[in-house]
Design a protein around this ligand. Sequence first.
Ligand SMILES: Cc1cc2nc3c(=O)[nH]c(=O)nc-3n(C[C@H](O)[C@H](O)[C@H](O)COP(=O)(O)OP(=O)(O)OC[C@H]3O[C@@H](n4cnc5c(N)ncnc54)[C@H](O)[C@@H]3O)c2cc1C
Length: 583
Amino acid sequence: MDLTTFVRGGLPDESHARLREAIPAGFFGYPRGMPPADRHALTYERFRHAGTAAPSAGRLLARPPELCALLERAAVADPALFHVMLLHYTLTLVPILRFGDRSTEPVRRRLEAMDRFGAVAMTEAGRSNSHLMPATVARFDAADRSFVLTTPDPAAVKFPTTAGHPGVPKLLTVYARLVDDGGERGVFLFLVPLGGGDGDSDGAAGGDGVHVLPAADNPALSLDWAAVRFDGLRLPFESWLAAGARITADGVFHDPLAGSRAALSMCAAPYVWRGIIAAGAAAYRAGAASLTLHSVDRPTQGRLAPGRPLIDHRNQQEAVLTALARGYALTAVANRVKTGAAWSAGGSASASTWTPWASVDLMLPLLKAAVTDLAEDTAGLCRTHSGAPGFLASGRLNGYRGLAHAYLSAGGDNQLILFDVARAMVERDRYEPPDPGQGVFDLSLEGCLDAARALELRLVDELSVRVTAPGSLGDWNPHLALAARTATALADRVILEILQDGPPRLRPVFRWFALDWAERRAGLLLDEAIAVPPLIGRIRALRDELCAELMPRTPELVEAFELPELHEPPVWSTSWTSPASQH
Ligand SMILES: Cc1cc2nc3c(=O)[nH]c(=O)nc-3n(C[C@H](O)[C@H](O)[C@H](O)COP(=O)(O)OP(=O)(O)OC[C@H]3O[C@@H](n4cnc5c(N)ncnc54)[C@H](O)[C@@H]3O)c2cc1C
């Protein structure tokens, strides 16, 4: 497989070209000096263009590699555009397409025509773990078969949402507890159109029952952030996505799927995680390309080697190769998860102690956590090795860093995901410990994989003993840091397994990634006696050899990312004429 095909995730030429045209080069940046509200309106206008130029939402959702490719392109062009696209296609349209009926057709049509944009009101501002059980109430009124949506206290205000621009019509998907005269019925989704209620009547809400409280602009991810409060907003019966439940004509509630209600209300989550993983990998690639381009022609004045280009210095070479290796490694992970259910470990009704995510799937949220964690670190690496231009010339690297940073929390809090996965590991819930390796830690890709397996086994055994020790049964609180390390070890092992199956051309690149992994985990590997000193010295020696092999390949590695948009001249050189030519 050639590198370009690998980076494209095997997407055919025609689809690839269409998705690139949907997000043209002009979307890589905003006009200068634009006020935030105009900028946000432009983001949605661009989304309208992209959404109508791309294949239909139904087709994109049926073909995860295509949806991921569109989201990847959006993330690289403009992280804010990526965020609203992810909300629209996954968290908004997936439940409607899965559970909607004739009554949701008007709103589906408007969403697919980009006349409304999806926004999500899941998180509540004032309580941790609000996804497990929101406090927002949708009370069924049997008199007219409507629902009354209420925010019971200030802590239950929905925040953050992207509902803040008054001129942009939204469809808010609200997560609320359904309550009727018989009591609590579980968490369901309610569709609340906001603004733009003229035209095709889909019953836009407004007025007294819903209060949108715009938040200050946030340059780290500039969008129309807002808090939303419901004061007895009356919703028609059709606003309810019943998802298998029903209320009879005489007001009796039936839910044959009550046992899996939490997972059903989170049915969009796997699409979200695939999108984040793919976008994270794309942002890595763009960051790595940007750092490489910055380093190539930049002369240095240091006294040891005046005039030598920045890329000739070993520290810069290591940063470039680490960024490229992580870019390719995470692309391999993204390629694996993009293929639908292939990398899902499935759901389990009992696996939600801190969040609902592990009950939907085990591996996808774990990989989302691993990718965003590394993405943030890599974006920082690329930014610092690009100096002031990396911070100020285009804002692009800060944008990728902001995106990765945001998604440590968004799409499911990473730390809480790790806790739930660790608990599933201890309980052998959809988890099989790996076979112990050969016990030879030789720093090859296979050797690192063996070491990762050994580390995972040690940590899961240690955690199991601690949380089941007499007197501490079920007491996870003192062991949360170990829990996070244990789940991280599983993610590391899975990523190295994916790389082991990678294309032969990328073998040296993945060996660099494995050395990078060994250095990042050196403390743990030594602490658990999986490696012996001098570990860092051995990593350095192997890295020196690989550096010589890989540096000549950097142009080819960057070229395969297909990012000509990043080659734009920097701001200080665009109107430059040499003093000599003025005479
Ligand atoms: C940029 C961005 C965009 C977002 N967009 C949306 C959106 O459009 N719609 C929406 O509904 N939500 C959105 N979110 C919210 C996101 O889903 C939540 O931030 C995330 O799920 C975590 O919830 P929380 O912020 O309440 O964190 P918390 O649940 O308070 O967790 C934060 C941290 O507190 C600690 N912690 C919390 N609970 C426990 C516990 N029980 N035990 C031990 N430690 C604990 C952990 O360290 C955890 O990392 C967005 C978030 C961001 C950052």
